[in-house]
Each structure stands twice: as C-alpha cells, then as structure tokens.
Design a protein around this ligand. Sequence first.
Ligand code: ZN
Length: 271
Amino acid sequence: MIEITFLGSGGGRFITITQFRSTGGFHIRASRNIYVDPGPGALVRSWRYKLDPRKLDAIFVSHRHVDHCNDVEVMIEAMTGGALKKHGTLIASKSVIYGDETHTPAVSKYHMDVLESIYIPEPGSKIAIGDEEMIITPSQHSDPTTIGFRLKTSVGDISYIPDTAYFEELRDWHEGARLLIAAVTRPRDMGIPYHLSTDDIVDMLKKMEKKPEALIISHIGMKMHFANPYKEAKYIENVTGVKTYVAKEGFRVMMEKERIAVRTLRPARFV
Ligand SMILES: [Zn+2]
C-alpha cells in the first residue's frame, strides 16, 4: 500500500501569509518516505500527524517559491538526524539549488553537505527511490525551472502537477496515471497566468483517453478557498467522471491494488 498524507493544501501568497489553509506539502510513504514541497509548516505538521521527519529518505522541491520550499532546510536537518549523519536524497529545481535573479538558493552548503545525493533533473529524467521510480515532468510557471513528477509504483502511477499554466503536452506527461495530485489554484472563470484553474483541469481530464481513477486538488489559493473548493471538486467530478477530492491538513489517501481509499486524520494532541 502507498500512503499519501497532506500536511496542508494552501497555496499562493495570501493563503500562505494568513494560513487560512496550511501549506506543508505532502508526504508519500512507499518503499521509502518521500516529502514533497515542504512549504511553511511542514516540520510542525509532520509531527502533528505523527509522520516522523527523521525517517525521511527523500525530499522533492518543485520550485523556489516560499509556499513550496520554506521548510526544506529544517526538513533536511530532520532527515539527517540533526545534520549529523549523511543521509537522503534531495530532488529539486535549478532555482532551489542555485537561486535565480530574484531568489537566493533555498539550501545552504551546510545542508547540501549532509545529503547523500542531490538531483537537479530535467523533464524526462528518471530517478530510482527504493522500489519506485520518479519520472520528472515539465511545468510552465513564473519560476521557469519548476518541475513535477510521475512516480511509478507497484500499485500504479502517482502524478504530481505543481504550479503551472496549462499546456497541451502536460496531458501527455500525466496521461494514464492512476492518481493525480494537482495544484488547482483558481476556481472557474478566474484563471491567472502560470497557474491551473478548475477550467484547465477539466479541459485536461476531458481530453485524456485514460483518465485517472482519482484527482486530488491542492495548492488552493484565496479565491478558490472562498469560491468553495468542494463545489469546484463536485463540478470537476460531474463533467469529467473523475472522482475528485479536496486536500486538507491531515487528509490521507491509501492506494492499494483494489482501491483508493481516503480518510482525514485527527491531529496529535501534543502540538
Ligand atoms: Zn509558485
């Protein structure tokens, strides 16, 4: 069984600074433990849902925007037992490692030095993580080095579409995945550049010959939050026939051969 736990479902500057929805990214428990997009709150939320960050094996960071990478250094410290033992893999966009015209690198040399391996992959690159294989996918975002992935597992592929504008080939990269996790930042008729809206995801799903078994919408922006993401999810489901869930803090997806089940965890009491 593969278990995916969301430590937040917010995205965009206003949701991030208000924490109307938390912004911790998500955790994948497969043959290894992989953390995806550790935004603000990733460390605290991991403990809140009893996901020991010291047990991580890999961290994936799609791009250098603060709602995706804020906690990456502290998560590396956890993964490496307080930066005391060399352990784990970091897979990140160029901007995360080198910075760009407007951002410094997100990971210091101190933290880079305690990692076992660092990948700065291009779309199409394949990276083995335990029994799974991660195929890097492209994005068209204001950080032009943004990457997503398709994780091949024994129970089917899990695709992650981070911040991106919609473009035709995006569909080809993710067609046939069993589970699709997508950053759907904006509701119907309210699209903005470089991000997906409800309309974009509907368009993509309609054109897919082999549709996913389930879609999870995350990275919910302020307009989406107040438009009611559950209504948007219902609409997506009605017009595409794809079972659609809205991520939230503590939302867990259990993926088995026979079925995909979901539940919402209660936070632990000590934090
Ligand atoms: Zn972004």
